[in-house]
Design a protein around this ligand. Sequence first.
Ligand code: AMP
Length: 307
Amino acid sequence: MSLIVVGSMAFDAIETPFGKSDKIIGGAGTYIAWCASNFTPVKQISVVGGDFPQSELDALAARGVDLEAVEIKKDEKTFFWSGRYHMDMNTRDTLDTQLNVLADFKPVVPESYQGSEFLMLGNLAPAVQRSVIEQLKVRPKLIVMDTMNFWMEIALDDLLATIKLVDVLMVNDSEARQLTGEYSLVKAAAKIRTMGPKYVIIKKGEHGALLFYNESIFVAPALPLEEVFDPTGAGDTFAGGFIAHLAKTNDISFANMKRAIIMGSAMASFCVEKFGTQRLVELTKTDIAERLHQFVQLSTFDIDIEK
Ligand code: AMP
């Protein structure tokens, strides 16, 4: 099944309590594409400046990422983001956001992308995310949206208008609280479901993720790792694993969404092992299969409830 991915492609500069990166390749769309292309072809929509390395675009193309709708603005600069993680590696401060090419990005959905069944709206201005939905002649079978606190602060009305149109909203725990004013994540998810999405996923970093649908809640663990090197992109990688599993299996039942969030968690657990996209770039099918096996072991148990 075909999958469209929309999201930033960027340069990032990251500081953790254990190290600091130079300007490296990042961006929500980049992480999603590296991850999702393990499972299914990707039709990418994004924008970069003339300073973005052609070698990175070539590497993505070689993995089956269609770049027809990745605009290159030769005389402008790529989006830049810089962040610093706190000691717990679950929370971070944004140090700098330079929108550059993203400031006036107006994506054009090419004819060859029409008819795609799955749409992943990675982190980007909500009006831009919405314009992609509006350009699609046939509504995809499933629209999944990720966002972040930045857009809640500067574009709340646009954000709410876009949230209304999607099937699945994924946010992290602090964003769910910020968006709804509810401390309880159960109440926050219920409130988000009144805003439009039937499904809500709340990511909790090293504590896993929650999937809410009607009265049901499913909990996916995160893999307890000895070392987390760089959490940047973990949420996007999670999103890539989630939607790519659904697209590959062409099954959007709740039962399959549970498998998809485990796939997202497994893929995110790789992302944090090295700086930037480095770990995702070198992943093999065997690595993924072994990690999924670890996830099954993590949460399988027997209990005799009658005793
Ligand atoms: P995550 O760690 O999954 O939340 O995503 C981190 C990625 O999001 C980084 O690679 C950044 O380049 C990208 N990013 C940060 N802020 C924004 C923003 N305002 N719009 C789009 N992408 C962003």
